[in-house]
Ligand binder design. Structure first.
Ligand SMILES: O=C(CO)[C@H](O)[C@H](O)COP(=O)(O)O
Ligand SMILES: [Fe+2]
Length: 229
């Protein structure tokens, strides 16, 4: 994975057909997705359960590019090696998920993956101030995690603060929740480069009719490109 600041669209398979994950990943990549975002939920850290490392391993052969795994689980550390073995490229843990985020990020990099840290809407940018040299990605949640299809919460001030804190380090800012062609330019202008979108990408299409995925991805990318000063 090489670093760049171009806008990357990362469809969340939380909004895909759960019976056809492999085909959905391939379809959405063929329609222009840059990364595939995989939401792992445990029914404990968040009030919903999705899937785990076995599902990641099963979909990995269907993904040509980056598999971006968003862990909404606590604890994280016992599962890091399982997600590395499953082929995750980026593994993101929540700063709220435990008392030892520094150790968790070290372990993620130690297992050969890019390390991400996610912040809930109620968590300030300062919570990751000591982690700037430990992370490859900061995920700013613009919904409270647990479900797709929720309303965007404006976190642009936090995104700007984080971009200043990052300085010239090669760290992505990812936005997750409620991203669509209306909200994408707001977050891109504030300094985000990876835009996760579930409902706004998968709406209107299917594996047998994937063209709407491409239309949706192009609409988000066009709205977000060229707005960052
Ligand atoms: O992490 C998540 C929810 O916890 C999802 O990635 C996110 O909500 C994407 O879905 P949508 O674009 O429909 O909001
Ligand atoms: Fe997510």
């Amino acid at each position: 994975m090489t670093f760049d600041r171009a806008i990357k669209i990362a469809p969340s398979i939380l909004a895909a057909d759960f019976a056809s994950f492999g085909a959905e990943c391939a379809a959405v990549e063929a329609q222009g997705a840059d990364w595939i975002h995989v939401d792992v939920m445990d029914g404990h850290f968040v009030p919903n359960i999705t899937f785990g490392p076995a599902t990641c391993a099963a979909i990995r052969p269907h993904i040509k590019g980056v598999m971006d795994v968003h862990l909404m689980i606590a604890p994280v550390d016992p599962y890091i090696d399982a997600f590395a073995d499953a082929g995750a490229d980026v593994l993101t843990a929540h700063v709220e998920a435990g008392p030892h985020i520094h150790r968790t990020l070290q372990a993620i990099r130690g297992a050969g993956m890019k390390a991400g840290v996610a912040l809930n809407p109620g968590t300030p940018a300062s919570a990751v101030a000591e982690l700037m040299d430990m992370v490859d990605l900061i995920c700013v949640m613009t919904v409270n995690p647990g479900f797709g299809g929720q309303k965007f919460i404006d976190m642009t001030a936090k995104i700007k603060t984080l971009r200043d804190m990052i300085g010239d380090r090669p760290v992505h800012i990812e936005i997750d929740g409620g991203v669509d062609p209306k909200t994408a330019p707001l977050v891109a202008k504030a300094g985000a480069d990876v835009l996760v979108a579930g409902s706004a990408v998968f709406r209107g299409g299917s594996v047998s009719d994937p063209a709407p995925y491409g239309d949706n991805i192009r609409a988000i990318r066009a709205a977000a490109t060229g707005v960052w000063a």
